[in-house]
Design a protein around this ligand. Structure first.
Ligand code: ZN
Length: 578
């Protein structure tokens, strides 16, 4: 791909040659390409959507319809050749359709040559010219990008500003800019060559190569400065506009980012590319292969937080690359889960060793569930009724889904299973069932019910201790499932002297149970059809409390009914109830 940028008009001329191999078992008679920039013009689906949704993204709102024409975004295809022959094509909003003169059989390749002209839109969402921090070029979703054809068929979603799905490919890109621009991009820089631009201006051609990546992004600005550090064997580049107010935070960020890379390498699996770039640009934080664009004028903690989140995407968006439009929670949720663990390690608070790193995800999900506005996770990312329901579902409930598995299969087995999932599914576009099966193989449990409830319903976990009777040497605990979603239960009986008895109650439909802790009692399975359950445990004296889910792994939406506590000064024969 070659692009020549005219910075006076923020337009560029592009051409590319793509060798496309049909690795599917089906014969293809056409192919589709994304033309994302066409979303940034009045009347586009993205414009209409962002003006009609009840809770618009503040970065978009009505900004597209208000753009002057010289700040619109567009991509105009000038020619398409298939195996050297010019063919017809149809531009339909953000999608380009190209009919193949000869059907492409499984295993066969075809060569496309495209020429196009584009105008970089004023930076509104993710991509564009001149972001709010003055970065000139945030070049993401910027070139005609092949749509993915997979076992689900074609994915030609009109761009409305949300998630992506892409094909792995090898990129060889020449970016011709005026002299003096700093740049960062997906891939590894091969060379920098001086060459005049067509306007006669002195210019520089920046040449990058990237292998096995699902996208190619870059950013450029005349004021960029760069620091490079080694991060667990990966070259980490930090690039931002020289600015005395933020320079020191970015210098400190280098060390945190290097530690984060090492942590996630250990926690999930090895990062498989030679470089990673954190560059100032865009409108918040957005992940791309081998690079992230983040806004840079932040506190150190915020700078580290966004960097860790976007970096963690390298595993779930970049390498595993689930279709994030269909299964947004497998990208954003898993990424948020990994981010929370990494942040807890980077900012460990010795005063709060037991603090739950995922507490914000739980609180956000529970709050949304109780509001009545939750939408099921199977909703296509573009089609949630509100931005909030999408955000809480994808990020918070997705994070909860992974963390809460710890209550079902045990946290150590879950952690190991996440590593196995990454190892087995990197570069394979897994879906929910692939993930479920990894969790099942690791735990030996049947987990259909868990994924069915978490993905397809908005039923929540709410278990309660109803009554406790401590009488004649036996403690009788009456419990109930008040919420729609069944879960195995962990009961903790705390005695007067502070010692505890732990009991695990599996569900019948799990066909087994997680490993028990030392001394933990295994009680009879709880059939989901029965909302009530009676537990009997030998009494060890006076009780101070009976608690469900004491370690807080379950997203129980009413924790206030999870325990009955006793006033130790009073007799305990009396029936206590919640
Ligand atoms: Zn994310």
């Amino acid at each position: 791909m070659n692009v020549v940028v005219d910075t006076a008009t923020h337009q560029y001329q592009g051409d590319m040659k793509v060798v496309y191999t049909n690795k599917s078992p089906e014969t293809l008679d056409k192919v589709f390409w994304h033309l994302f920039f066409n979303a940034f013009q009045p009347g586009s689906m993205m414009d209409v959507r962002s003006r009609s949704i009840s809770d618009p993204d503040r970065r978009v709102g009505s900004r597209i319809v208000e753009l002057p024409e010289d700040e619109w975004g567009w991509q105009r295809i000038e020619s398409v050749k298939v195996n050297g022959k010019t063919v017809a094509f149809v531009e339909d909003g953000t999608i380009l359709e190209v009919a193949l003169p000869r059907a492409l059989r499984p295993g066969k390749s075809v060569t496309f040559e495209l020429e196009w002209k584009a105008q970089v839109p004023r930076q509104i969402r993710r991509s564009g010219w001149m972001n709010k921090e003055g970065v000139e070029y945030s070049m993401t979703q910027w070139y005609p990008k092949l749509c993915e054809f997979d076992h689900h068929g074609w994915h030609t979603n009109p761009y409305i500003g949300r998630e992506f799905h892409g094909i792995w490919g090898n990129f060889n890109v020449h970016i011709h800019l005026p002299e003096g621009y700093g740049i960062g991009a997906t891939g590894v820089k091969q060379s920098t060559t001086s060459a005049p631009l067509p306007t006669g201006l002195a210019g520089t051609i920046h040449h990058y190569k990237a292998s096995n990546v699902i996208d190619f992004a870059w950013a450029a600005d005349p004021d960029f400065i760069e620091e490079t550090v080694d991060a667990d064997g990966v070259t980490l580049r930090l690039i931002h506009k020289a600015n005395a107010e933020i320079d020191s935070n970015w210098t400190l960020l280098a060390d945190y980012a290097a530690k984060a890379m090492a942590y996630i390498n250990e926690d999930i699996g090895p990062y498989m590319y030679p470089e990673y770039t954190v560059i100032q640009g865009g409108d918040g934080g957005m992940e791309y292969p081998m690079i992230t664009l983040i806004t840079g004028e932040r506190s150190l903690r915020s700078l580290v937080g966004v960097t860790v989140h976007e970096m963690a995407h390298s595993w779930f968006q970049g390498m595993v690359a689930t279709n994030e439009s269909l299964h947004e929670w497998m990208d954003e949720g898993f990424t948020s889960w990994a981010e929370s663990r990494c942040m807890a390690s980077l900012f460990a608070d010795p005063m709060k060793p037991d603090e739950n790193p995922h507490k914000w995800a739980y609180a956000s999900y529970i709050n949304q569930n109780l509001s009545g506005n939750e939408e099921p996770l199977i909703t296509h990312a573009d089609h949630y009724k509100t931005n909030r329901a999408y955000g809480v579902g994808a990020y918070s409930k997705g994070e909860v889904l992974v963390e809460q598995l710890g209550a079902v299969m045990g946290t150590e087995v879950r952690d190991e299973a996440m590593r196995t999932y990454f190892k087995n599914w990197a570069f394979k576009h897994p879906g929910p069932n692939d993930f479920k099966r990894e969790m099942e193989r690791a735990s030996g449990l049947e987990l259909d019910w868990y994924f069915q409830y978490m993905m397809h319903t908005t039923d929540a976990v709410d278990y309660a201790v109803e009554t406790v009777v401590n009488d004649e040497g036996t403690v009788t605990v009456e419990m109930s499932r008040r919420g729609g979603m069944p879960m195995p239960q962990d009961v903790t009986l705390t005695w007067e002297d502070g010692s505890v008895t732990r009991v695990h109650i599996p569900l019948v439909m799990m066909r087994g149970h997680r490993a028990l802790a030392e001394g933990e009692i295994l009680a009879a399975d709880w059939p989901w059809v029965d909302v009530n359950y009676t537990l009997e445990v030998p009494s060890q004296g006076k009780l101070s409390a009976v608690t469900l889910d004491a370690n807080g792994l379950q997203a129980d939406v009413h924790r206030d009914n999870n325990a009955i506590t006793f006033d130790l000064d009073r007799e305990q024969e009396a029936r206590q109830s919640n």
